[in-house]
Design a protein around this ligand. Structure first.
Ligand SMILES: [Ca+2]
Ligand SMILES: [Ca+2]
Length: 437
């Protein structure tokens, strides 16, 4: 007999939880803010009100008089996801006068409630479910640029957004107000590769207004994040020597022609590229901007046989744009490199040098057919001969014919495709010019 409900206590509510969520990290307390759905009926089952029909949650503080007394009491102790029937006597509902035409005087009320959201305005963010990689040499600080993946949901599990669905990381500076305050805070102190759950109360997220169609006002947000990488714009390339041969006397420098192997990957281990796949080394002239600055840094002052591990921040790698289909924008790169071979370069600015004294009869030696002019073919043959005989050296790593072409053009003052003795002398008298005889 429903009317006997209040026999023991005419000012008491009855609560009956008929669904308990598997996890309950927190229960409603006085002064908490809650969002819930309800159906309100009279004891005879007559529905007098429903938040479901309005298609929006009822949002309110609990236990501080914003609600009828029966609800202020009945919601206490609820978990998000819990379903509870709260039955209250008229004294804790609308009393002897009732409310409007739907709730008569002296009516006991039955509320079937499902709690969707819960926070306290004093709450900060909470970080849970942390999975920190074993090797974590550095954690993020304000001003770092972080790339991460996330799944975003409401406290009741309703999904609202995911970076995975867009198949690209969310990238941002942290601690500088570019993202909601709670995320700005939750991304501080993370390690590369770390996973964590960041729970953010609405005043540190989208507030009472919410945003878009999926984040209602006053919603607590739950982000499961996975840190892919981060860097600071002030970072330089981090070079770690992983193996050094016993004999390591000759070190690379600017201008040297180097042949090396590399394995490239992202910080999360995603492979990018490897010379081992091609079975041949990558060959460059150091300091000639043939590779990204971070790789130039990593290859300097290295000896043949040495192995290194490089961590290259994006501003010394492929920048904000990355490489389409290979390197994501703003990605930190990891290279494992091995110097296989090197050829010493020429002094800076030179493309050809003599190993020994220059012949006093240079012009005559070049002018093979003795017609008093040096033609391009004569010039080329002569230089290549000197190189073959070990008397001169071309800058390694460049196309010798292009170098020789340039040398010829430098000597051919009037650009008629021939070098006369006069042009030759004139040029030879000028000092401090490079790439010439
Ligand atoms: Ca000639
Ligand atoms: Ca000429």
């Amino acid at each position: 007999d429903l009317n006997r409900l209040w026999d023991n206590c005419t000012d008491c509510i009855h609560t009956n939880t008929y669904h308990t969520p598997p996890v309950c990290s927190r229960k409603v307390e006085v002064s908490d803010f809650v969002r819930y759905h309800y159906n309100g009926t009279l004891l005879d089952g007559t529905l007098f009100d429903s938040s479901h029909t309005r298609m929006r949650t009822y949002d309110t503080y609990v236990g501080i008089g914003w609600l009828i007394a029966g609800m202020d009491q009945g919601l206490l102790g609820m978990c998000v996801g819990e379903r509870r029937i709260i039955t209250m006597p008229p004294s804790l509902g609308y009393g002897e006068n009732g409310d409007g035409s739907d709730i008569p005087g002296q009516a006991s009320l039955v509320f079937d409630v499902v709690l969707l959201d819960l926070h306290n305005p004093r709450d900060g963010i909470t970080v849970t479910n942390q999975q920190v990689p074993e090797s974590c040499t550095r954690t993020s600080v304000a001003g770092d640029f972080v790339r991460y993946h996330y799944n975003g949901s409401l406290l009741d599990g309703t999904f609202f957004d995911s970076s995975y669905s867009r198949n690209r990381t969310y990238d941002t500076y942290v601690g500088q107000g570019y993202v909601i305050a709670g995320m700005d805070e939750g991304l501080i102190g993370v390690c590369v590769g770390e996973k964590r759950t960041i729970t953010i109360p609405p005043h540190l997220a989208y507030g009472e207004e919410g945003t878009g169609s999926k984040i209602p006002g006053s919603a607590v947000l739950v982000f499961d994040v996975h840190i892919i990488d981060f860097h600071n714009p002030a970072d330089s390339t981090v070079v770690t020597v992983t193996s050094k041969p016993e004999e390591c006397d000759v070190h690379t420098k600017k201008g040297d022609f180097v042949k090396y192997h590399y394995n490239a990957s992202l910080m999360d281990g995603t492979p990018i590229d490897s010379t081992y796949n091609y079975g041949k080394t990558y060959n460059i002239v150091l300091g000639a901007n043939q590779v990204v600055p971070g790789m130039e840094d990593g290859l300097m002052d290295m000896c043949v046989g040495e192995k290194r591990h490089l961590v290259i921040p994006p501003h010394l790698g492929y920048g904000e744009r990355g490489v389409t289909g290979e390197v994501p924008g703003s990605a930190v790169l990891v290279f494992d490199i091995e110097l296989v071979e090197m050829e010493e370069g020429l002094p800076e600015g030179y493309m050809f040098i003599w190993n020994e004294d220059v012949s006093p009869d240079l012009f005559a030696e070049m002018d093979k057919n003795e017609d008093k002019v040096v033609e391009p073919s004569e010039f080329t043959d002569y230089i290549l001969q000197q190189v073959n005989d070990g008397k001169g050296r071309l800058a390694p790593g460049f196309d010798p014919y292009r170098i020789i072409d340039n040398m010829f053009s430098n000597q051919d003052r009037d650009g008629d495709g021939k070098i006369t003795e006069a042009e030759f002398k004139l040029k030879a008298d000028e000092s401090a010019a490079h790439d010439e005889l």
